[in-house]
Design a protein around this ligand. Structure first.
Ligand code: SF4
Length: 343
């Protein structure tokens, strides 16, 4: 993807936290990713891998230790520069996990969307009511929802109200951080469908962060898999789901049932290492079934797996443009093990 197609560019992002008496924890350790207009990019990984920290850095809630975030090529983070660029800031809006706690229980939905219009736009005050109705309609809420209070809404309706409030700023990038995970199954599907429709209709970019691999595979154009603060593989849903080139991405996808793939789900083996003291070399080497000696000392970088660069993986088993089939490697190793055992 070229720079001018990208509406959001994250480059070499690092985010650190100080832990009392234990130094620094690098929650995000050099993440680069782009989201184009009209594109949904999914960010997946186990809890604590840093995906929510990436989201918070993108919208300015977390201050990066290093790296850049660009909106249509213009640098909007480091944070100190965000305050000088309110236009850019409002172009990146976030939808949070808990719609109930994102909304003020004492104010009507219409008042809260109006607040967003007042803060983030220059439209005249006499147009606020009309615009609120348009925004509520856009997210599938009835006109009279403007007078309702959050407690009168279901979880799905609250999330629709939060999306309407985010859209009030006319963002060109939405960041959804586990935006459906607190909802029941039918509301999850409806909100996921709504986000897909909004991306297409408004021609905006969406960074969709979730641990729900089925939804991610269903709605995203590309998926980035994170492990211990780093992206280990990027690809289309089909590439990641069926032909992952990184052992962690492969194991993560195999940990859930899949239509169109043989075999039962296999739980991910081993514990996630302490992010404050990550393993040397490849961060996945303590859990990787394909581990080699060099994996303990050499840190792999993302390299292209295909000619278009759509699929990239950071694994020392792989060579640029010459992807190794991990299933074939696993089968060869198993056969060799059995031959040795039978001698
Ligand atoms: Fe496994 Fe080595 Fe690849 Fe890391 S670099 S994923 S340890 S084979």
């Amino acid at each position: 993807m070229s720079e001018n197609e990208a509406v959001l560019t994250i480059e070499d992002l690092e985010v650190e936290y100080r832990i009392k008496g234990k130094g620094r924890l690098r929650a995000v350790a050099g993440v680069s990713l782009e989201v184009a207009r009209g594109e949904i990019v999914g960010l997946v990984g186990e809890s604590g891998c840093g995906k929510s920290t990436v989201a918070k850095a993108v919208v300015g809630i977390e201050k990066p230790a290093a790296g850049e975030i660009r909106y249509r090529g213009e640098t909007v983070v480091p944070l100190s520069r965000i305050h000088k660029r309110p236009v850019s800031q409002r172009n990146l809006q976030m939808i949070f996990q808990e719609p109930a706690s994102s909304l003020n229980p004492r104010r009507s939905i219409g008042a809260q969307v109006t607040d967003a219009l007042r803060f983030a736009t220059t439209i005249p005050a006499e147009r606020y009511d009309e615009r609120v109705k348009e925004l509520l309609d856009l997210v599938g809420l009835p006109e009279n929802a403007a007078e309702a209070y959050p407690h009168q809404f279901s979880g799905g309706q609250k999330q629709r109200a939060c999306i309407a409030r985010a859209l009030a700023a006319e963002p060109e990038v939405l960041v959804a951080d586990e935006a459906i995970s607190s909802l029941d199954a039918s509301a999850q599907a409806q909100i996921a469908d709504l986000l897909v429709e909004l991306v297409k209709e408004l021609d905006i970019g969406l960074l969709f962060i979730s641990h729900d691999l089925a939804v991610i595979s269903e709605i995203c154009d590309r998926i980035a898999v994170m492990y211990l603060g780093k992206i280990v593989e990027v690809g289309t849903p089909a590439q990641i789901w069926f032909e992952a080139r990184h052992p962690y991405a492969r194991a993560l996808m195999r940990s859930v049932p899949s239509i169109g793939r043989d075999g039962f789900p296999e739980p991910l083996a081993g514990e996630v290492p302490n992010p404050a003291d990550p393993p040397t070399g490849c961060r996945f080497h303590t859990r990787c079934p394909f581990v080699m000696d060099k994996c303990h000392t050499i840190e792999p970088q993302l390299i292209p797996m295909d000619g278009e660069g759509l699929n990239q993986a950071a694994c020392l088993l792989q060579e640029p443009g010459n992807p190794v089939d991990l299933d074939a490697v696993a089968a060869r190793r198993e056969a060799a093990k059995q031959e040795t055992a039978s001698r």
